[in-house]
Structure formats: C-alpha cells, structure tokens
Write a protein that binds this ligand. Structure first.
Ligand code: SF4
Length: 451
C-alpha cells in the first residue's frame, strides 16, 4: 500500500462522435491505481494526442493498447490480469494490435517472467516513463514545428491537473512495493516545474496538485536542497492560478516551514493528506514508518493550530501482520480523537518481495482475511459517521466551488477542503470559482445553490 489515494479510472470515458480517426491511430488506455498513475495516464493521453492519436472507447477499436497497472494490492493486479485475458481475443482478431503493459506491475525483476507468462503483451514499460510509451506508438505523426515531447505540451488541460514533481521513494515501509517498482526518489528541478505549471495555467488549468510519493521530501536531492515550501511559493505566484494543493505527505518530512507556507498563501488550499497507517506504535514499528503515534498527533495539533479550517485526510492499513485486536482498537481510538475529514482504508495485502510478505508468512503474525475484512468494515463505518458530521457542519455555509465540469445535469466542483460540490445552473461555469450555499450534505459530497 502506498501513501496515495487508490483510484480506479478508465480512460477515455468516451470519444468524440465525429472523430473519424482510423483504427491505426487510435489508442485505448486503461488505468488502475493511485493519483500518480492517473497523472501519468493524463500525460500519456496528452502526448499521444500530440502525435496524432485519438482515444478509443473499446480495445478492439484501437491499434495501440496501454494498460497502466498497479501492484499495491493483489486485487489491483488481478484486475489487470483479467483485462489482459480479454485482450487475447482482441489480438487474435487483429494481430497488428500493439499491447503495452505499463506501470507498477513492471519491475526490473519480473519483466522476463512476465514475457513468458503474458504472450499477449508486446512491451513492458516501467512506471512514469511516459515518453517511452509514446515512442512505442507505431503510427505517431511528428511535425518539425511541434515536437511531441515534452509531454507537458498539453493543448487543453482539464481545470484541475496533477503535476508529478518527484518520482520514486527512498523509504522502505514494510508493506510497500513502490520503492521496488518506482525506484529511488528523483525530484524534478524547480525551474522545469514552474515552467510546466505556467504553461498549464496559460492553457486553462485553474487548480494544480503537486504530486509525489513523499511530496514533502521534494528537493532534498537537488542542488541547494530547495524545500517544497519554496516550490509552492513559486507556483502560487503564477498569474491565473486559482488553487494549489499537494499530496502525499509523510509525517517525517512535514516541516514547520511547509506548514507556515500553506497557512500564509491564500490560493494554497488548507488540505493536507498525511498518512498515519496505524494508531499503534507496535504496528508502526513493524511497518517501519519511522514515527510514533505521539509524534504524529503532535504534528496534527501543530497543523491545526497554524492552518485555520484545515482539512486532514489520512491512509490506514488494517490487518497488517502483527496487528492485534488491541492494536486495531488503538487505530479506532486515534481516528475518533483526530476526526479526520477522510480516511482511505485498505485491508493489508501482502506484496511479493516486501518485508511484510515475510511477516505474513509467520502464522504468529498473520491476520486472517475474515478478520481483516471485519476491521476494515468497522473502521469504515466509524469514519462514515465522522465524515457525516463534518459535512453536516457545512450546511447553510457558502463555499467557493471551483467548477471542474458537469455531472448528471449539475455542475461539479470542489470546495477548498476538497469536498465535491454539486449545484444546478443554466450557464457553463467550468473553470470558474462559484460561491455555493450548501443545502444538503452527505459524508462524501455536498449539494447546494449558486449564490
Ligand atoms: S513512504 Fe514510500 S515506501 Fe512508504 S508507503 Fe509511501 S511510497 Fe511506500
């Protein structure tokens, strides 16, 4: 389990009806995983469209198929294997189809094994290597005056864009396969990032989320060791940018400077994702997280004291090897005490090659699947109650919603604390900040009327 949201997103949702691009220049992209994968896929889409490709809604309509994979949990890998099974039929009917398996399932150690096991795959590409995937598109059209790369050349970016600022991870949390698949931390230089953000905003992006596996460690490997706060200040100054966020932070790297920077910049949203993973020191030690519950709690107090109305979200794994019922009770107690705005909960899933997979093989430490599921449900239901109360507190308030698009006949935006806000309006308000009075709430979203 990595410190990122776990999403499951299919690209593209549909293709333009009038697009007559032939199959030879259509791609089909399917993405499973976290925000980093979603961001990589967004970039791949932009890059493929720059070289003359159009999206296809179904694999059989495309000549170039890319599966962006995730290996954080066994269930994510199973979905990819299921999808690859479907592609056997597609390749049999249209042998010229080129299939690329991309992302976290592809590591240096398993490429040769996969090559034997997955004959329907033509190429294996490591995570985030967008340019390498584009280079495999057989019918890309490059023009001299508009090079396809760098991939940040995005003609029409969405309102809210994720910008990867760092790749890989230097930590070794016991349960996590990310360092094995994405390698060591590599921060992108400040000037390159500011330039990319400027271009995105100039072309229509209004909200940027700076993305990294440990986003708050950004810069430690760069000359002069700049800090994330420095990058946030530089990006925040871009004219036209309405909102700035960042994820995912690690408690060990969250500095006073960063907290003060967020508090001082009006367009930096009071929204912090700070994975705790467990409320038990014993389990945190087994997980090799590098902090204690007391240190985490003190950090939360500092953040709340410095950033008014801050929204705090976290990630928690239940059923990690060695987690007793008492440890789990401590996690429940921590959540009740901190009252997070949102908790991303995962039942532990052993990943080959990790320390926790070895721990799970020890019957004295392993937690049964039924018990993991019971703990996941119990925590989920406790958190749902807390989220319901957080949302209910917003009833009658007016929030500034940044409108990202339309959804089921209403406009869909996000509040500063990253809650989804839906409201009706006759005009297209995409990209605008709209004050919305909240008239109805649920744990995960808000409904209202434009003021
Ligand atoms: S800090 Fe690194 S090793 Fe630990 S969970 Fe996050 S990505 Fe995995």
């Amino acid at each position: 389990m990595q410190d990122l949201l776990f999403l499951d997103k299919l690209f593209p949702a549909q293709r333009p009806d009038r697009d007559t691009t032939p199959r030879s220049r259509r791609y089909y992209l399917w993405t499973v995983g976290c925000q980093m994968n979603v961001s990589d896929s967004e970039r791949l889409e932009a890059a493929l469209q720059n070289v003359g490709y159009s999206p296809a809604a179904h694999p059989e309509e495309a000549s170039f198929i890319v599966l962006n994979s995730c290996s954080v949990r066994a269930s994510a890998e199973e979905r990819i294997f299921g999808k690859l099974g479907e592609l056997v039929r597609v390749k049999r009917a249209q042998p010229d189809t080129r299939v690329v398996l991309w992302g976290c399932m592809v590591g240096p150690q398993n490429q040769s094994i996969f090559a034997q096991q997955l004959p329907m795959v033509d190429y294996f590409v490591s995570p985030s290597a967008v340019d390498a995937v584009v280079a495999l598109a057989p019918n890309a059209v490059y023009t001299l005056d508009e090079p396809a790369l760098p991939v940040a050349n995005w003609e029409h970016p969405p309102v809210a864009v994720h910008v990867p600022i760092q790749y890989g991870c230097n930590r070794s949390c016991a349960y996590c396969v990310i360092p094995l698949r994405r390698g060591h931390e590599r921060s992108r230089p400040l000037a390159e990032l500011v330039d990319e953000c400027q271009r995105l905003v100039a072309r229509g992006a209004r909200e940027l989320t700076l993305l990294g596996q440990i986003v708050d460690s950004w810069g430690h490997d760069l000359p002069g060791r700049p800090q994330l706060g420095d990058l946030i200040e530089a990006v925040h100054a871009i004219p036209g940018l309405q909102r700035l966020r960042f994820l995912t932070s690690h408690p060990a790297w969250m500095t006073d400077q960063l907290i003060a920077t967020v508090a001082s910049l009006p367009r930096c949203m009071p929204d912090i994702n700070l994975p705790v993973q467990s409320g038990s020191d014993q389990v945190l030690k087994l997980m090799r997280r590098g902090y204690t519950v007391a240190r985490y709690t003190a950090l939360v107090e500092k953040i709340r004291a410095t950033i008014p109305n801050v929204s705090l979200t976290t990630d928690i794994i239940v059923g990690h090897p060695g987690e007793t019922r008492e440890d789990f009770a401590q996690t429940l107690a921590l959540c009740a005490a901190i009252r997070f705005d949102k908790v991303h909960i995962a039942a532990f899933s052993a990943r080959p090659g990790t320390l926790a997979a070895t721990q799970e093989a020890d019957p004295a430490l392993a937690v049964s699947e039924a018990e993991k599921e019971a703990r996941r449900r119990e925590l989920e239901s406790a958190q749902e109650q807390i989220a319901t109360e957080h949302s209910a507190n917003m009833l009658g308030q007016t929030v500034q919603a940044l409108v990202e698009g339309e959804s089921k006949g209403k406009w869909r935006g996000r509040s500063p604390n990253n809650k989804l806000v839906f409201f009706p309006h006759p005009d297209d308000l995409t990209g605008q900040l709209v004050p919305v009075r909240i008239t109805q709430t649920s744990p995960w979203s808000l409904q209202g009327q434009a003021v």
